[in-house]
Design a binder for this molecule. Structure first.
Ligand SMILES: [Zn+2]
Length: 446
């Protein structure tokens, strides 16, 4: 037809959850993609009349939604998945993870571990991830090669590690990396002060100033356990969040990861500074760290996003699984079965995630003009039926759901379950080799 508009991609599916408008589900519609962006979302019959696509993907019993955003993790730590289970945070870090990292973590470890994580994330429907780990230049390279969207935070910590000599060295390396990716469409570089108990006042203050100058995000583990708060009161005379506020670290650029043990003043501080909370429920549960009161935070107007944390404390990177845990936990922490319903939970893993990373003008919802970051989940399993509310199935019955297709900025990263930018077999083989080497050289805790 002569009046048909030529476009690159048309994706048709049974359901579409656009996230904006909130709570809506479209049925038998199509998404039209051109030059990396979403240009239309309309009923299939109208789409076929109005557009001529170079490529059409016809999905049957699938739901399309914005790619999931994993707002906190340590991708390379996938190589330590299941390495030290059943330990509380302090023991897990001090006696197992940090010594193992000292022994094994180098550029190759980070490259191979990140590839493993990115492959797993794509296969479970994640299009964007926020990371904090050593050798962030390797993480960024892998994400770029895989065509994932990512925020890579370079770690800053008071002690020397394999990656550098100390805070000044980490910041210098991080600033150089920030410069390198200044104009990148997919990768953003952030400051990653590890935690209030591992970074000095001087370094935190310097990071606060530099982040404002560069308009770069700050990503920090914060209020992870009751001990952290008690130690801070003992050492500094104030709660960690208050200390960070006084040092100029808190602003809408700040992503506070974990945030358990919050009192009313903490919640008011988060709301008044516009800082974001990244909730990691499975890691908190596994390390017995505590509970983040997400319903109270949301009610106070604080933006809450969700992350899996690293696979070493989870032990998977499935965002749908994380959402189920987040929703069930929120109901019990709030003592309210209506807390964090399925649509609100999906919002946390998409638009709220994009907001927390400062990229909600680009991604996080299927709105016209946004990047075509789209996931298709298939619902072909017996145990998915019947379906009354597709959002409910995704969150509460996610084992019946399988990610089959994923696009980032219009480029296919997975089609019919097959990775397009990474080699799954090579990645699995390398992960097995690392597992063998690590267990031979470093016996696991008994
Ligand atoms: Zn973490």
């Amino acid at each position: 037809m002569p009046d048909q508009q030529a476009v690159q991609l048309m994706i048709k599916a049974r359901w579409i959850i656009p996230i904006v408008p909130a709570g809506r589900v479209y049925e038998d519609c199509a998404i039209i993609v051109n030059q990396q962006k979403i240009v239309a979302l309309l009923p299939v019959a109208e789409a076929e009349k109005s557009y001529r696509a170079e490529q059409t993907v016809c999905l049957g019993r699938h739901v399309l939604m914005p790619g999931l955003i994993n707002s906190h993790g340590h991708a390379a730590m996938s190589l330590l998945r299941g390495f030290a289970d059943d330990q509380p945070l302090e023991t897990w870090l001090n006696e197992h993870i940090w010594p193992a990292e000292e022994r094994f973590v180098d550029a190759d470890f980070v490259r191979d571990g990140t590839e493993l994580a990115v492959a797993e994330m794509i296969k479970s429907g994640t299009s964007c991830f926020a990371d904090m780990y050593f050798y962030p230049e390797q993480t960024a390279k892998v994400a770029r090669r895989a065509h994932m969207r990512a925020q890579i935070a370079f770690p800053v910590i008071d002690v020397a590690t394999n990656w550098g000599d100390g805070p000044d060295d980490y910041i210098n390396k991080g600033l150089a990396l920030h410069d390198e990716y200044r104009d990148d469409d997919l990768i953003r570089i952030a400051f990653g002060p590890h935690a209030p108990y591992t970074v000095s006042n001087d370094s935190l203050q310097r990071i606060g100033v530099l982040a404002q100058e560069l308009e770069a995000p700050i990503h920090i583990h914060l209020h992870e356990t009751a001990n952290e708060i008690a130690d801070s009161i003992g050492q500094h005379g104030k709660r960690p969040l208050e200390r960070l506020r006084e040092l100029g670290v808190l602003s809408p650029l700040t992503q506070c990861v974990h945030m358990t043990e919050l009192d009313d003043s903490d919640i008011a501080t988060l709301a008044s500074t516009g800082s974001h909370v990244i909730h990691c429920p499975e890691s908190n549960l596994k390390l017995t760290s505590g509970f983040s009161p997400v319903a109270r935070l949301s009610a106070a107007g604080v933006n809450v996003a969700i992350g899996t944390d690293g696979a070493a404390s989870n032990n998977d990177l499935s965002m749908l699984g994380e959402l189920q845990t987040a929703s069930l936990l929120a109901k019990n922490v709030a003592q309210d079965a209506a807390a964090l319903n399925a649509h609100q939970t999906l919002m946390m893993a998409t638009l709220n995630g994009a907001r927390s990373l400062g990229i909600d003008d680009i991604t996080g919802s299927l709105e016209l003009g946004k990047a075509a970051d789209i996931v298709a989940f298939e619902l072909d399993e017996l145990c998915a039926e019947p379906i009354y509310d597709i959002a409910s199935t995704l969150v509460y019955n996610n084992r019946a759901v399988k990610a089959t297709h994923l696009w980032v900025a219009g480029k296919a990263l997975m089609l019919s379950g097959h990775l397009q930018t990474l080699n799954e077999r090579d990645i699995a083989a390398k992960a097995r080799q690392w597992g063998k080497k690590i267990v031979q050289e470093y016996p696991r805790p008994s």
